[in-house]
Ligand binder design. Structure first.
Ligand code: NAD
Length: 236
């Protein structure tokens, strides 16, 4: 793979856009691909509002497992490079579809989490959202008010959080460098982001060992793993 390093000083606003492939390299299972979670678990029983309303304990057990699995994995070189770029440039946004907090564990800040986080819960009765950073299962499954807490994750059929979407839209429509890493580009509205960046005039780069749905619209495509490509793309 022949990679030309990027001079970040040439760009005013940089966006990294990441998907499950970024974390897969750390060992976090994907949902759909080979060995994907939905081969073992039916999302209808574990990852939708209906499932949680019917059997919150079962849904919590599943998400406790996701937390424990995530904690067995660690950020890789690619995550570290993104943090280094953020520390070396005044305007770097990270928009992720991942819910595992791996970017934050690598020291990246202000991560826009499109699909929520397994490290937060919310009480729909009292209308609050809080971090639950217990190193393992969720610290609490119920609120002091007596209601069940709910993992703050966008499940199947959920609406995305409008404020989060707006932040992502703003960052992407104003960036002049857009680097997409480890996303197949099939989940919407995230799948529209490369087009948004392109139509805003950004230089668009894809890092993915396999073609994605949008590969043909990128200015440069690197067919390789995030942990190999990012240290070559960004020499700081
Ligand atoms: P996806 O599973 O549809 O696609 C993953 C992509 O990553 C593939 O195109 C694959 O070729 C690529 N890939 C695999 N290894 C890679 C590597 N080392 N470097 C770079 N790319 C690599 O993922 P998606 O597009 O993010 O969509 C899946 C949905 O599932 C998202 O909505 C996401 O929220 C959710 N999800 C999140 C996690 C997580 O939090 N870690 C895990 C699984 C799924």
């Amino acid at each position: 793979m022949d990679i030309k390093a990027i001079n970040i000083k040439k760009y005013e606003r940089i966006v990294f856009f990441t998907g499950a492939g970024m974390s897969a390299e750390s060992g976090v299972p994907t949902y759909r691909g080979e060995g994907g979670i939905w081969h073992e678990y039916k999302w209808q029983e574990y990852a939708c509002q209906d499932a949680w309303e019917k059997n919150p304990e079962k849904v919590f057990d599943f998400h406790d497992l996701r937390r424990e699995e995530a904690l067995k994995c660690f950020p890789h070189k690619g995550h570290e490079i993104i943090t280094d770029v953020q520390n070396s440039h005044p305007d770097v946004s990270i928009v992720t579809q991942n819910i595992d907090g791996m970017h934050q564990r690598a020291g990246t800040e202000n991560v826009i989490e499109l699909h929520g986080s397994i490290w937060r819960v919310r009480c729909e009765n009292e209308d609050w959202i809080k971090e639950d950073l217990a190193e393992g299962p969720f610290a609490n499954r119920t609120c002091d008010c007596g209601a069940w807490l709910r993992p703050d994750i966008i499940w199947f059929s959920d609406m995305l959080n409008q404020a989060v979407l707006q932040k992502a839209d703003e960052a992407i429509s104003n960036c002049d460098l857009f680097i997409s890493i480890g996303t197949s580009g099939v989940v919407w509205p995230a799948a529209g982001y490369p087009h948004l960046a392109k139509s805003s005039g950004a230089l668009c780069i894809e890092v993915n060992p396999k073609p994605s749905e949008q590969s043909n619209m990128y200015d440069f495509v690197y067919r390789g793993k995030a942990g190999d490509a990012l240290p070559k793309l960004f020499i700081l």
